[in-house]
Design a binder for this molecule. Sequence first.
Ligand SMILES: C[S@@+](CC[C@H](N)C(=O)[O-])C[C@H]1O[C@@H](n2cnc3c(N)ncnc32)[C@H](O)[C@@H]1O
Length: 274
Amino acid sequence: MQLAMDFTEAFPTSAKSNFDDLLSRVQSNSEHWSEHTSAAQRRRSGQVFTPIAMARQLAALYPMSGDSHRNLSDPGCGTGILSIAIAARLQERQDTSLNVVGFDTDTRLASDWLSAWDEFRDISNAPCRDSLFQCFLQHADDILSGTCLGKPRPSIITLNPPYKKLARNSNLWKLLNSKGVPVPNMYCAFTVLAGEWLADDGDLLAILPRSFASGVYFKSFRQWIRNAFSVEHVVLYRSRSCFGQCYTRECTRPTKKTPSNVASSYHSFRYTNR
Ligand SMILES: C[S@@+](CC[C@H](N)C(=O)[O-])C[C@H]1O[C@@H](n2cnc3c(N)ncnc32)[C@H](O)[C@@H]1O
């Protein structure tokens, strides 16, 4: 496991790429929707967009290999910044054909996702197919039975999951509990489903609040991570200066967190499926 202690040192300083303009446009789309979404709506959907620097940094944790085809998924994809950043990194290093599957319940974002991938195809040298679905959680049964969408399991899943409560008596809670993972909230449920869906030896690149790292409440989730994954990288964000305005806006949520500790309460990870 590598622990990147200093964001500035870990931050990739790659040369200007053909995908920079596309990524900037995707970030502008995120900012647009951030501005046009009320705080109440954001809380309901658990929506906080990842800034471009953080998406790039997460993508940089992905190890390159010789595979010339990848299945990539982005549950809770928003405008697509995480999967576009990973796809761009893959393309910058070698021509890689891609099947990308996104999920988001916010249908306002669908046309931004579709046009981002259209633009990606215009720039990329290799074939890329994208599809977009709505609720990721609706596929929980199929994920756990290994039949999700009738597609091969993704070799890369990237996640910045919604931060919301999960009712203890909900069908999803009961389903995951019956598999031995009584998840305490939505971000854990997304992570468990993503992990169960991932192909063997696949990679999960996730941005998670660090709340799960301690306390009895998250004990079974931590146990599940230990059993399912080998943790390859952990990046701890310690300073608000790491974040663009998307995360700064998060501070306006009426939580008990103060602006000075919000940014430091996130980790991003690369896990490899055992
Ligand atoms: C924290 S945001 C991250 C968005 C995007 N991945 C990014 O990094 O900018 C989580 C996203 O999950 C979406 N979402 C919430 N519940 C969902 C569900 N049940 N299925 C799929 N997406 C969902 C929200 O609409 C929101 O866009």
